[in-house]
Each structure stands twice: as structure tokens, then as C-alpha cells.
Design a protein. Structure first.
Length: 309
């Protein structure tokens, strides 16, 4: 948000020296879904739309500032805040690979705060007779950029249903001497937003966009699940025998369902798929206002009318 304010404060001087043609400021509301190890549908987990779970849909809200050095190109700075979630319990087992995930019986939720800078490209501008005439136009676009996001996975404690922060528990032995290749994961990570949208100009100063943005990430721990189960005795050794943290980590690391209430999985069994990095996406609406729109609208009103069919 500080970066947005800084650009706003310098908007007038930038415009005077011609660094961009116009700028937009607006709001976003976007339902979103998580694509990772937890949840999913029939068959192998893919980390793609096949494993989308609509029951786990959450919402992002955000604000953006976009500057346009040309009608066909924009640079957007956007901040979003919301949450994502995943749950093995919602899987409908049909005797395939999904059964292993359902028996795993894990879940998570996490708040997400993200900030990204993306380039927007409007290819149909080159087919327009008068690109500066925006009134009632539709413009499809693509976007790609780079961003940073903060997350903090939580899971439910099977003893009382309370939500517990998972990262400090080293559920897969992160930071333990027994697993030198598993370091504690950072809660702030980079992502690559990429997507498509279509923008409708309700007037020369107001537009509404429908867009889908997928976030590629470089971590497999947004849901705190990635590799395999470890020996529960390691929690006692590393956190203190009989300590509250050791006992909590033991419960949270393995919630697989047996008969009766005995964990099915043991140390060395697969818990997640580290080769499939986590991702999330949103599909929503963006409302934008052209800054200095009053002057722009006045200039538009004095030119010769353009015929529209």
C-alpha cells in the first residue's frame, strides 16, 4: 500500500513529463481456490483444475494501481488479502488413488497477503480504429508478473477441534538433525501470477474487468504437507519428552484414520508429493477508475464522434 501511495503522489508530475498516458485505481473481489496436496478429486492429485474443490472456495479482496505507457500495455501493482483452505475429508472415495488422500485425513487453512507487479497486454488495441476512444469497448488481455505472498498454515487438533499453527511443529521433521535436507519453510515466498481477463469500459473513466489469475509458487508447504511421515518418537527427542509441543506435533503430523482411531500410516509412508509445488488461483471482478478522468472525459467530448456498430 505504501508503494501505491507513492505512485499516487507522483502521478501528476509523471503525467506532465509523459511517462505514461493514464493511470487507473480500483478494487478487486475474487473467489479463490487452493491447488495442492490436500483435498482434490478422484484419481491422482494433479495440482490443477481437476482437483478444484468448490466447497473450499474463499475470497480475496484487493486494491490496484495500473499505469499505461500505451493503450496496449499496462503495469499493475496489486495487493490482495484473503484466505485459502484444503481438506481431505471432503474427498469422495471411489476406490482409486484418492483413497490414500482421504485416509490421510488432514486439513488446513491459511490467511494470504500478497503483493504483485504484473504487465497487462491488450492485443486487440492494434485492431481498433481509435484506441483512445474507450466508451463501451471490450478489451481482452493477458497478464504475467512477479509477486510476494505471506501465509501461515493451520490445522485442526483432533483432540479438541481447535486450529493450530503448523509451521513451528516441524510435522515432517523440518530442522531436525535426522533430516538435514528438510529445512524449516519460510512463511513469506515468491510467486508468479499469470492470467487472462476481459475489460469493459462502462464510460471513458470507469471499467469493469472479469479475470482469472493463477499463482505459480516455489513451495510445497502452503498446506504443510510435502514429503513423508516421520517416526513420532523424533518429536519427543527434539521438543522434549512428554512436552506439550511434542505431543501436539505428534497428533498434527499424522491424523490418518485406522480402525478404530489408529493411524494407518507409519514412518516412511508417503504424506505428500514434493515434486508438485502448491498453487492457488482466483476468478473475480476488478472495478477501475481512470485518474484525472474528468479532464479526459472533457477532451473526449470535444472530438469528432466515432461511429460504433
Amino acid at each position: 500500500m505504501l508503494a501505491i501511495c507513492a505512485v499516487l503522489l507522483t502521478h501528476s508530475s509523471f503525467a506532465q513529463v509523459g511517462l505514461f498516458n493514464k493511470a487507473e485505481l480500483g478494487l478487486t473481489i475474487a473467489p479463490n481456490n487452493f491447488l495442492g496436496d490436500l483435498g482434490g478429486n478422484v484419481g491422482k492429485g494433479t495440482g490443477f483444475l481437476k482437483d478444484n474443490n468448490f466447497s473450499q472456495t474463499r475470497v480475496f479482496i484487493g486494491a490496484h494501481l495500473t499505469v499505461y505507457p500505451a493503450e496496449w500495455l499496462g503495469f499493475r501493482l496489486q495487493g490482495n488479502y484473503g484466505s485459502i483452505a484444503g481438506d481431505d475429508a471432503i474427498i469422495t472415495g471411489k476406490g482409486g488413488y484418492e483413497e490414500a488422500r482421504k485416509v490421510r485425513n488432514s486439513n488446513f487453512k491459511s490467511k494470504i497477503a500478497e503483493l504483485f507487479l504484473a504487465a497487462e497486454v491488450y492485443p486487440t488495441v492494434f485492431l481498433e480504429e481509435d484506441p483512445s476512444d474507450l466508451y463501451h469497448k471490450l478489451r481482452p488481455y493477458g497478464l504475467i508478473g512477479v509477486g510476494v505472498f505471506h501465509f501461515n498454515p493451520q490445522g485442526t487438533d483432533p483432540t479438541n477441534g481447535g486450529w493450530v499453527n503448523l509451521q513451528p511443529l516441524s510435522t515432517e521433521g523440518q530442522g531436525f538433525a535426522e533430516y538435514p535436507d528438510r529445512q524449516p519453510y519460510k512463511l513469506t515466498q515468491m510467486n508468479i501470477p499469470m492470467g487472462v481477463g476481459i475489460k469493459y469500459f462502462a464510460s471513458d473513466v470507469v471499467s469493469i474487468s472479469l479475470e482469472i489469475i493463477h499463482r505459480k509458487t516455489f513451495t510445497d508447504y502452503i498446506d504443510d504437507v510435502s514429503t513423508d511421515y516421520i517416526d513420532p518418537a523424533l518429536f519427543q527427542q527434539n521438543f522434549g519428552a512428554g512436552s506439550q509441543k511434542a505431543n501436539l506435533a505428534t497428533r498434527m503430523a499424522n491424523k490418518s484414520v485406522g480402525t478404530p482411531s489408529i493411524p494407518t500410516y507409519v514412518a516412511g509412508d508417503k504424506r505428500g508429493t514434493p515434486t508438485n509445488k502448491d498453487a492457488y488461483y482466483s476468478a473475480g471482478f476488478k472495478l477501475s477508475f481512470i485518474l484525472g478522468g474528468g479532464d479526459r472525459a472533457y477532451r473526449n467530448s470535444t472530438r469528432c464522434p466515432t461511429l460504433r456498430y
